[in-house]
Design a protein around this ligand. Sequence first.
Ligand code: DGJ
Length: 577
Amino acid sequence: MRTILVSLILFMGTCLAAQELPRLATSKDGRTQLLVDGKTFIALSGELHNSTTGSVEYMDNVWKRMKDMHLNTVIAPMSWELLEPVEGQFDYTIVDKMIEGARKENLKLMVLWFGSWKNGESTYAPAWVKKDTKRFPRTKLKGGDETITLSTLGKATVQADANAFAHLMRHIKEVDHDHTIIMMQVENEIGTVNMRATFQGLPNDAMRDFNELANKAYTSDVPQQLISYLKAHKKTLHPAILNAWDANGNKEKGTWEEVFGVGKKVEGDWHTSFSYLTEEIFNAWNYATYVEQVVKAGKAEMALPMYVNAWMKAPAQTEPGIYPSGGPEAHLIDIWRAGAPSIDFIAPDIYAIDIFDTILEDYTLSGNPLFIPETTKDIDGASRAFYTIGKYGALCYAPFGIDGGGLTDEPDFDPWYYGETYQLLERLMPYLKEHIGTDKCNGLYLTKGRDTDSVEMGNYRITMTRFSTAAAEALFGTGANKVGVVNMETSGALVIQIDEGDFIVAGGLGGASLTFSKGSKSKANAAAFLSVDEIRFDKNGKEYYHRINGDEVAYAGVGGSIPVGTVTAFRVKMYEY
Ligand code: DGJ
């Protein structure tokens, strides 16, 4: 009887967890986590090419390949044009097949809503929207030329997009009982952009929408909703917004140029100088309030977590209009929060690797959780997964075009790097889930110009240096480059502190030596290792420890060496004396 009762309670618990919607939760220590079935979930993910879900036949063999690469989540597009090819007639075949394919492989899905915009433009809007430029107005460039981009100011456009998205969410609610879909990205890399200016060097003429509706709005008063937000959040506003508002007298009423100043081209450091900022703020407000209507309509049907992603401002693209103007850039987070309160967070697409760290810092300011929906899928991208998850507690890490075979594929794309990386992270998941986002979890990163990196945790210092120390070479040989990769500049690692002198460290790919030593807080004379074990897995995936207290760790005084092109995890136990 007791056994039956216990089984019943367990069964009911499982059912309740499955009914619980995936959601974001902030713990007592302030970290945001993604909860799936009530438990912490770290998305080891990849984004499919834009066209992979363009037909059911094409996507058929993708899911198993993703599983074989040890992803636990796939990010996949659902376009408005394939959902609502004829106004009011909805076709759910694509989304149903996506759910079916992912579910069969025990994968989770995050769905990209390619609605009004994809990379600024409106290529995925249905034909009935594209052809009716009166009902669905387009943006104009500064000189007055009409673009192929839908304007944020078309009332019928936002209603149509929101209606389609609401249908999608209603359908997901009806069919996806086990929550294979755990999150939605709403639109993709939005903002006005003239790609001929971006890629062919033509003058920038897309710093904002210049159609008649936009020109009228631009010379009208800034909405009070935005002013009230600025007033209420003055202490935490991003310096870009605060300075513009301050410099123009903190006005509580006035046109965009009266409140934020006349936008102009500004020379200077890409990170702290803001060309055409007023135009960008204006656009951000219009995009945010548009997206808010879409998200609200969708969440009213099924309240999955929803986010927006950004094509980033970067040293090579410093002007809005050259990169999409008004998208969820880090310096516009306040405008997005004010205009789109139903959005859960903003996310960076990271291709500008030189500024990788800066982007991670920017996108974790003021409580925004880090979530990377797109980054590079080369070996370096795989290395950065360890660092990003370890140091920043990323909710998701995803290279773009993970299924390969796309126009934008790097020539050296080899799924092996991500496969090995994700397999190791998957195996370390129990440790990670317990510590991610706390000061017990950290990351290390070697890149161009950074040959050493270190962190202090408790009484110890953990230092990462290049693999090719004389001692490590003596052990593994200089030919330890398993995959023949030329670029060996990047290496990443994560460190988990299980107990005061007890660590797990995992990472690699560009090769690394990891040294544990006495930290600045220690009052002891010195510190040394008690034991170093390589954490290995047998053919059934069962973890076992392989003691390596000899040559492997003693020659170079290291806690572990990771040959180039490989990933490894170690358990290092230290003591002070
Ligand atoms: C960023 C976009 O968001 C993706 O849809 C895709 O176009 C990639 N760029 C291509 O690199």
